[in-house]
Write a protein of this length. Structure first.
Length: 321
């Protein structure tokens, strides 16, 4: 991905297709035939703890995240612990709490006592916080991209099915499953999902080659090489860094790249407002009607939003080169 960006910067007038041809000629794909799949990361995943809970409790806690972070840090400070919580992040079936250092047993006990004391939380609905050590990268094959009801397969469809399978009960997702078409001409999907695991991948080994029913289809879980993909910032919508490492002041709109969030596009974008000084005058876009402006992706300059899965950058997000 980094080399594609460099070619794009050096030759801004070239079409995306030509840029990819140049990239593939200079950086041919390596021959991975016969190589063993490395599906589990090694080493401690630092500065984070995972708390498994129900979706209802998770949503209630995330809604008041700033209050809970403040209260947790006050408790840690009162017992003279140096660790501090920084932010909460919702994950499927759990909450991720990022901290300024690796948590000790005392830190974990303090966080657990506080979360179980919240009025909206029950003692039996919040499990003890735990430290993730490794991630395992897996994929599911054998499921059509277009479902019998003519709707596209979604991450929620996958999660709802997994919830009813006993084998997935002890599993904790590291991120929401990602649904992708197997190819542009295919009607089948590939579902990529990551789980928290031990360093020897013991949980992944239980899942690999496991088959289960998805409606009338039989899905199979396979190991896949460790590749979390190139991150796309959800603040400036550029590729190559995460949202939490973005240096852009304020948020950008993925439609028009103006300094506002997408939900405020219709209220703040100039092309949706009336301007009677123009010739001919421009009328205000009626509420409920789509914005008439033709958008340009900030990454490839194509006529789509920056987070559109039709973007060439999206299609190559698992290619670090």
């Amino acid at each position: 991905m980094a080399s594609i960006l460099k070619i794009k910067e050096a030759f801004p007038a070239l079409l995306n297709k030509k840029i990819l041809e140049i990239h593939n000629a200079v950086f041919p794909e390596p021959d991975n035939k016969g190589q063993k799949v490395q599906y589990t990361t090694k080493g401690l995943f630092k500065k984070q703890t995972i708390v498994s809970t129900s979706d209802k409790i998770k949503d209630a806690i995330i809604e008041e995240a700033n209050t809970h972070i403040f209260q947790i840090n006050m408790l840690l400070k009162n017992i003279k612990l140096a660790t501090r919580a920084e932010f909460f992040r919702p994950c499927p079936g759990s909450i991720s709490i990022n901290t300024n250092s690796v948590l000790t047993a005392s830190d974990l006990n303090t966080i657990e006592r506080y979360l179980k004391s919240i009025d909206s939380a029950g003692n039996d609905e919040i499990l003890a916080p735990w430290l993730p050590q490794s991630k395992s990268y897996l994929k599911i094959t054998g499921i059509p991209y277009i479902q019998p009801n003519s709707n596209k397969l979604t991450s929620d469809d996958i999660i709802n099915t997994m919830k009813h399978l006993e084998l997935f009960e002890p599993m904790n997702f590291a991120a929401k499953p990602r649904v992708i078409k197997a190819s542009s001409k295919s009607d089948m999907a590939i579902i990529w999902f990551d789980i928290w695991d031990s360093q020897n991948g013991s949980k992944a080994k239980l899942l690999i080659n496991y088959s289960f029913n998805f409606g009338r289809y039989i899905a199979t879980i396979r190991a896949t090489n460790m590749n979390p993909g190139v991150p796309q910032c959800h603040n400036c919508w550029k590729w190559g860094h995460s949202t939490f490492l973005c240096h852009t002041h304020g948020s950008k709109c993925q439609k028009c790249n103006s300094p506002h969030k997408l939900e405020h596009h219709r209220d703040l974008a100039w092309y949706c407002k009336a301007n009677f000084k123009l010739n001919p005058p421009r009328l205000e876009t009626a509420k409920g009607k789509p914005c008439p402006y033709t958008f340009k992706c900030i990454n490839c300059k194509g006529e789509h939003m920056a987070d559109d899965n039709k973007c060439p950058f999206w299609k190559h997000r698992f290619n670090y080169d």
